[in-house]
Design a protein around this ligand. Structure first.
Ligand SMILES: Cc1cc2nc3c(=O)[nH]c(=O)nc-3n(C[C@H](O)[C@H](O)[C@H](O)COP(=O)(O)OP(=O)(O)OC[C@H]3O[C@@H](n4cnc5c(N)ncnc54)[C@H](O)[C@@H]3O)c2cc1C
Length: 304
């Protein structure tokens, strides 16, 4: 780890909350559900759709888990009542995956029942490798119960190509991303260019498997290749979408995708837990400070 990264990692918890707040506001819509909905409304007007994520990850106590489950139900109600074009993203560890799988399933069923009422799509984000297997298992079970849901696969994992086949089915909907967690070289590709190459190979497999394919990346090298794959394979534009984190300044690339007829979905985090979330992210992966500074100084105009 470089010296600057070490400094960022060790000083992050001591930085004034106000400073962290200013930086987090580049990505986070705000504390409240209405903040998230307002941002989605703004983005809808500009031709984008959204996915709202209630910030916060692993919850260990049952009360907290129930609270998170209820908040997700409120989120689904909020989306339906406001009429915005948006679905939801959630982390299974926030509803009990690491505590007890059957508790997690019970809570997920509550959320899926609510989503079913409005036909809202539910995305199960992928977290660290400790829960890759259980997340995929939970998703496979959930799709049988409520087809309008799906999970995420990470291109840095060696297993991802096999997982694409494992998830193949009539209602499969996969988000493909590079992967955000530090993983060991035994299970995950470490080289930047090899991750890119694997991303493109996995994307091609998803296209060939004819699954609904969501390409979550800000990497223009990958986006260009995927557009070519879509054309080469005559893959319908309405069977795929591009996804980006709201706040990342790649407005021009995303505007072009929209003008070509693609669906582009912004991932929008919101919620009162933005502070511990931001500190944890910086400590886990101090490299992100470089991207964060870029987003801070070259603001995305889509949020205005
Ligand atoms: C919609 C969406 C959903 C995701 N879901 C998951 C998930 O469920 N599980 C998971 O492990 N990971 C998830 N990720 C994170 C993903 O795995 C990567 O860590 C992240 O997207 C960075 O990879 P990249 O493909 O953008 O490529 P990079 O090579 O990291 O970035 C490409 C370019 O974009 C810029 N950039 C990237 N990120 C930022 C940023 N935050 N701020 C400013 N500039 C930036 C870089 O500077 C670079 O120029 C998700 C990402 C997105 C966009």
């Amino acid at each position: 780890m470089g010296i600057l990264n070490r400094i960022v990692q060790s000083t992050a918890p001591w930085m004034p909350k106000k400073v962290i707040g200013r930086i987090a506001s580049v990505y986070v819509a705000g504390d409240k559900l209405e903040d998230g909905i307002d941002l989605v409304r703004k983005l809808n007007k500009k031709g984008f759709v959204g996915t709202l994520d209630l910030l916060g990850e692993e919850v260990k106590n049952r009360r907290g888990i129930t609270k998170t489950t209820n908040s997700y139900c409120d989120l689904i109600d909020g989306i339906a009542n406001s009429g915005v074009d948006c679905n939801i993203s959630l982390k299974l560890t926030a509803i009990g995956l690491k505590v007890d799988e059957s508790l997690c399933w019970d809570n997920l069923s509550v959320i899926l029942d609510k989503a079913k009422m409005y036909n809202t799509f539910v995305r199960m984000d992928m977290e660290d490798s400790e829960v890759t297997e259980s997340t995929i298992k939970m998703c496979k079970k959930a799709v049988n119960y409520y087809p309008n849901c799906g999970t995420v696969l990470q291109a840095y994992m060696y297993r991802t190509s096999d997982d694409i086949d494992l998830l193949k089915g009539p209602n499969t909907n996969i988000r493909l991303c590079k992967g955000a967690y530090k993983e060991s070289k035994d299970i995950a590709i470490q080289d930047y260019n090899k991750i890119r190459e694997n991303y493109v190979e996995c994307a091609e497999k998803m296209i060939k498997n004819k699954v609904y394919s969501c390409f979550a990346t800000h990497d223009t090298w990958i986006i260009e290749r995927i557009e070519k794959l879509i054309e080469k394979n005559n893959f319908p534009k309405n069977n795929c979408e591009f996804q980006a984190l709201s706040g990342v300044p790649i407005d021009k690339v995303l505007d072009e995708l929209v003008s070509k007829g693609y669906t582009v979905r912004y991932y929008i985090p919101y919620g009162p837990d933005w502070y511990p979330y931001s500190i944890r992210r910086i400590r886990e992966n101090p490299d992100i400070w470089k991207d964060t500074m870029k987003a801070f100084f070259f603001r995305s105009k889509h949020r205005k």
